[in-house]
Design a protein around this ligand. Structure first.
Ligand code: APR
Length: 243
């Protein structure tokens, strides 16, 4: 695969697969989250309306897993940080993940389009607060000072992902689009490759264990674990683009 020289603008899309080797459950792999929970019960406004405690518990469990001392950024996260630090052009990561593993290894330009596990939001004021602890309907909201107003700062099915305007602008200008560890099952993320390809000179790469339902839209497929393949890809990009 030839990585173009003089790249100006790299956009990376990450999915649950990049965090799998850090010990974070994916959604649709064997024994994934959606095998053990009904999406509409734990990741939809209707589910929250029906049984808020179940939803709080689902996210409290995932937050606990994320904060356990066995979970840390892996070589793929670290390689993307190295790319951000050493690439002279524009670099952005759009992540579907709600974990903080990109940030934990120091990456700055991360857009969490599906929200963040370590944040909660007041349904009244929309104010967002960071949290590393469990919370539920009995937890007092830091702004209203009363309970019953807090929800996970997560984009649920049927809700609009965050920062889509900024994302579209980034995709409209990129000359390298790399998708890592996503099944391409959920829109609009699954069509970002199409937006990137609207630039004639944009090279699109899909890195995954195997083919996905959107693989046909990519110029190049790199199969294998992201912790092995992404460091190699980053080396190649920097070799061809280091001024
Ligand atoms: N290296 C590379 N890819 C991997 C690895 C790995 N070590 N392990 C798993 N994968 C790939 C799987 O092959 C699969 O294609 O990661 C992908 C994970 O797919 P999903 O579980 O569907 O996760 P994702 O694509 O991020 O889901 C998108 O769906 O449920 C919603 O909001 C949720 O953000 C999530 C969205």
């Amino acid at each position: 695969m030839i990585i173009s020289k003089n790249l100006k603008n790299i956009v990376v899309l990450t999915g649950a697969g990049i965090s799998a080797e850090s010990g974070i459950d994916t959604f649709r792999d064997q024994n994934g989250l959606w095998e053990n929970h009904d999406i509409m019960d734990v990741a939809s406004p209707q589910g929250f309306e029906r049984n808020a405690q179940l939803v709080y518990e689902f996210y409290n469990q995932r937050r606990k897993q994320l904060l356990s001392d066995t979970v840390a950024p892996n070589a793929a996260h670290i390689a993307l940080k190295k790319l951000e630090d050493n690439f002279d052009g524009e670099f952005s990561i759009i992540t579907q993940n709600v974990d903080d593993l990109h940030e934990r290894c120091g990456t700055k330009s991360v857009i969490h389009m599906h929200g963040e596990l370590l944040k909660m939001r007041c349904v009244k004021t929309k104010e967002v607060f960071t949290t590393k602890s469990n919370f539920d309907e009995f937890t007092n909201c830091p702004c209203c000072l009363e309970s019953g107003n807090l929800r996970p700062h997560i984009v649920w099915f049927g809700e609009i992902p965050f920062q889509l305007g900024k994302i579209e602008q980034l995709l409209s200008q990129c000359d390298l689009f790399i998708s890592i560890g996503t099944s391409g099952s959920v829109y609009p993320a699954a069509m970002f490759v199409q937006l990137a390809k609207s630039n004639k000179n944009c090279l699109t790469i899909e890195q995954n264990l195997s083919e996905t339902q959107v693989s046909e839209n990519f110029d190049t497929l790199i199969h294998g674990s992201s912790s092995i393949e992404i460091p190699k890809l980053v080396e190649e990009i920097l070799k061809n683009n280091n001024s």
